[in-house]
Design a protein around this ligand. Structure first.
Ligand code: NAD
Ligand code: TDX
Length: 372
């Protein structure tokens, strides 16, 4: 029997006003959809509406709610690097809970242009912490007692594993890309605001997410769309780098549990027991496409080794024992079923992919090679 979905309403309890940063992105969007459909919370969605942002999935959920969800979702189009705008947005939201997902998130883009990663992920987190700290100090009574800032981070802050072992909450930080270094810096800022100012924070560090509505620049959507178009499938280096894949809805379960029941000052590692080499993932996607479109089989003939990513981390793997034993979290989807559903979703939503890529002036080209 698969684990039950955590009940968002009962987890939130009295927390009614939720500020989600990065709620127009892939994971933040999944969080916002869950809050809208599975609770009565009012969601403030703070997002700069960058290249990876899109509200189609949220609008679809709103349209199904009573009264079309009027008053349930407030988009705050704000760049976290603008301290005054962040302060005003936090005042307007007057939140009971902040879930901080906004970040530049693509490793390849951080190699080509690291500056915006420092502005968004480091300065942006600092601006949010300052605004939230002032807000927390204004709160009184039970609202202050229940308040949490939940910072959403990545396993990449721990660096790169060899063939053995897994990351856990006690693994020393060792970030190696501009992206992971900026996320590590943000984690340290969040912990410092807890220790120094008493801000009640919770952190989670998660492995690679996949699922619907991800801007198509990362491995699974890129491979699916390239293969469906009969274009070469780019496999970096020897294809033996390992990632620990987690279905995005399982991540949302973990985020709700950690945000509402996590212990202040504590961090939780989240991973789906989904280790696979890139080669294995790409071959599974090709096999799924062979079933969907036998005329074009075998899609695996399109796999093309390309120049490796500079500084490419070899292996990530998470030991999620803490969040499982302390908060009762378990992933609900196996990689096999999640991947099959995701491949089908991208095949059925190629119009959406084209539309968001066109808006972002990105057509699936290779990113993140340093100049020769
Ligand atoms: P995403 O790129 O799909 O979305 C990020 C959103 O944040 C975008 O809508 C973007 O506009 C917004 N944003 C970025 N900079 C901003 C700024 N300065 N001000 C306001 N908004 C800004 O990313 P995602 O995959 O949804 O990742 C969400 C969070 O989860 C990130 O913090 C990321 O580091 C973390 N994370 C992601 C993964 C993964 O596999 N995708 C795994 C672990 C952790
Ligand atoms: O075309 C590709 N070919 C390829 O071989 C792409 C886009 C990627 N790869 C490889 C590089 C990685 O080993 O696949 C693996 C996964 O790459 P990405 O999808 O870019 O993810 P990764 O670099 O592992 O980072 C992701 O997981 C952790 C997210 O983008 C981060 O935001 C998250 O923190």
């Amino acid at each position: 029997m698969s684990p039950a979905t955590p009940n968002a309403s009962s987890l939130l309890g009295h927390r009614q006003r939720i500020l989600v940063t990065g709620g127009a992105g892939f994971i933040g969007g999944a969080v916002v959809r869950r809050l809208l459909s599975d609770s009565d919370a009012i969601v403030f969605n703070l997002d700069k509406m960058g290249y990876a942002s899109d509200l189609t999935s949220i609008e679809a959920v709103l349209s199904e709610l009573p009264n079309e969800g009027v008053g349930r979702h407030h988009l705050q189009r704000v760049d976290l690097s603008d301290a005054a705008a962040v302060e005003a947005a936090v005042r307007e939201a007057d939140p009971d809970l902040v879930m901080h997902l906004a970040a530049e998130s693509h490793v390849d883009r951080s190699i080509s242009g690291p500056g915006v990663f420092i502005e968004s992920n480091v300065t942006g987190t600092y601006n949010l912490l300052q605004a939230v700290r002032a807000h927390y100090e204004r709160l009184s009574g039970s609202r202050q007692e229940d308040f949490r800032l939940h910072h959403i981070s990545t396993d990449e802050v721990f660096g790169s594993l060899g063939a053995e072992g897994r990351f856990s909450e006690t693994t020393p930080y060792d970030p190696r890309s501009p992206y992971s270094a900026s996320k590590a810096a943000s984690d340290h800022l969040v912990q410092a605001w807890h220790h120094t100012y008493g801000l009640p924070v919770v952190l989670t560090n998660c492995s690679n997410n996949y699922g619907p509505w991800q801007f198509p620049e990362k491995l699974i959507p890129v491979v699916t769309l390239k293969a469906a178009a009969r274009e070469p499938i780019p496999l970096y280096g020897d294809g033996l780098n390992v990632r620990d894949w987690l279905y995005v809805e399982d991540h949302v379960d973990a985020l709700l549990l950690a945000a509402c029941q996590g212990e202040p000052g504590r961090s939780y590692c989240v991973g789906g027991h989904g280790e696979a080499t890139n080669k294995q993932v790409v071959n599974r996607i090709c096999a799924e496409l062979d079933q969907l479109n036998a005329n074009n089989a075998p899609h695996a003939d399109l796999i093309t080794p390309v120049t490796d990513r500079p500084g490419h981390d070899r292996r990530y793997a998470i030991d999620p024992s803490r969040i499982s034993s302390e908060l009762g979290w378990q992933p609900r989807h196996s990689v096999e079923e999640g991947l099959a559903a995701t491949v089908r979703w991208y095949i059925d939503h190629q119009d959406w992919c084209q539309q968001v890529r066109a808006r972002a002036s990105y057509s699936g080209e290779r990113l993140g090679l340093t100049p020769q």
